[in-house]
Design a protein around this ligand. Structure first.
Ligand SMILES: Cc1cc2nc3c(=O)[nH]c(=O)nc-3n(C[C@H](O)[C@H](O)[C@H](O)COP(=O)(O)O)c2cc1C
Length: 332
């Protein structure tokens, strides 16, 4: 354990960028907007966070950058994640991302969703390694910041090609690889196969970040010990729980186990999240808040009924009222 603390307290070098935390917040479509990232960063100020994935070709005819690409002026370290299958579009999009403040450019080569893979993006690139190489080269040529790749172990159990793929990405110029230990076919089911992450870590020179099933301090430690990875990336474990990245980071650096977050704290955070979504996105923010509210409402008496009520809110005021009443009940 001492070795792990010593290793995890060292800054991580991604090309010429130095990061003071080895615990990352993953990109999550529909979740990791600026509002959510502000909450994560409050507890994990040094951690790398990622925007939701942005389609490079969608930027071509826009005058202004879309809201999902917006980054706070002082928001670092941050990576804007791009997806597409066209190296030229990705190169151009990467320039816009750097102008917005992105410290690295992450390319999504793991998304399993049909709509994305049918057009040659996301995890379908695992089956097109030459295209994936061209993408990494084009982006590395277009910008001065490091290019990183986030991918899966393969398309299916019969097509696990990550060892070859990872080496190719490194050779093409990727400065870090984040590996989600599932196949495309698995989607988000089954367990993440950390053994493949260990194998990839053994053959790459650039940092390897482990992803998949990191839901607690314990799982993060186990994953780091089993894989030897350079860091971990949290994903679904942060839904309704923006404290997770900070908790793991703190434990890895100091050995201090986090104090349990009380349900009142969680609901206060939910309320703040709701208000901030309203301020940032208006009505659309209220709609999007419903799923977040459901994620916050877990594990305490009356959580189910509260989830139900919050899943129907039409206004920020009504949402806050409902949460305040629930906090009252929990305190009494
Ligand atoms: C709702 C949702 C949205 C996601 N959006 C993205 C995304 O935009 N980019 C990406 O690289 N991965 C995305 N992912 C995948 C996660 O970043 C992560 O790789 C995956 O959930 C595995 O980690 P976990 O088992 O800890 O959840 C998404 C996953 C979920 C559940």
């Amino acid at each position: 354990m001492f070795d792990l603390h010593a290793r995890m307290s060292q800054p991580l070098k991604i090309g010429n960028v130095e990061i003071k935390s080895r615990v990352f917040q993953s990109p999550l479509s529909g979740v990791t907007d600026l509002v959510f990232r502000r909450l994560v960063r409050r507890y994990a100020p040094n951690s790398m966070t990622y925007t939701e994935m942005v389609q490079a070709s969608s930027l071509k005819h826009l005058q202004d950058i879309p809201q999902i690409m917006e980054v706070d002026a002082d928001e670092h370290p941050i990576s804007i994640q791009l997806f597409d299958c066209r190296p030229d579009f990705l190169g151009e999009a990467a320039k816009l991302a750097v102008a917005e403040g992105s410290d690295t450019i992450d390319i999504n080569m793991g998304c399993p969703v049909n709509k994305i893979t049918r057009k040659g993006g996301g995890s379908s690139l695992l089956r097109e390694p030459e295209v994936a190489e061209s993408i990494v080269k084009a982006v590395a040529n277009a910008v001065d910041v490091p290019v990183t790749v986030k991918t899966r172990i393969g398309w299916s159990d019969d097509e696990i090609n990550i060892l070859d793929f990872a080496r190719r990405m490194q050779d093409a110029g990727a400065q870090m690889l984040t590996l989600h230990g599932r196949t495309r076919k698995q989607g988000y089911t089954g367990t993440a196969r950390w053994d493949w992450i260990r194998r990839v870590k053994e053959i790459l020179d650039v940092p390897v970040i482990a992803n998949g099933d990191i839901t607690s301090v314990e799982s993060a430690v186990r994953c780091l010990e089993e894989t030897g990875a350079d860091g971990v990336m949290c994903s679904r474990g942060t839904l309704g729980y923006p404290f997770l990245v900070g908790e793991i980071d703190r434990f890895l650096k100091t050995g201090e186990m986090p104090e349990p977050v009380t349900f009142v704290d969680r609901l206060s955070c939910a309320k703040e999240h709701l208000q901030a979504l309203w301020e940032y996105k208006g009505e659309r923010g209220i709609q999007q808040s419903r799923k977040h509210m459901a994620w916050y409402c877990k594990g305490f008496p009356g959580a189910g009924a509260l989830r139900d009520e919050l899943s129907r809110i039409e206004s920020v005021d009504r949402g806050c009222e409902i949460i305040d009443a629930a906090i009252e009940r929990l305190l009494n």
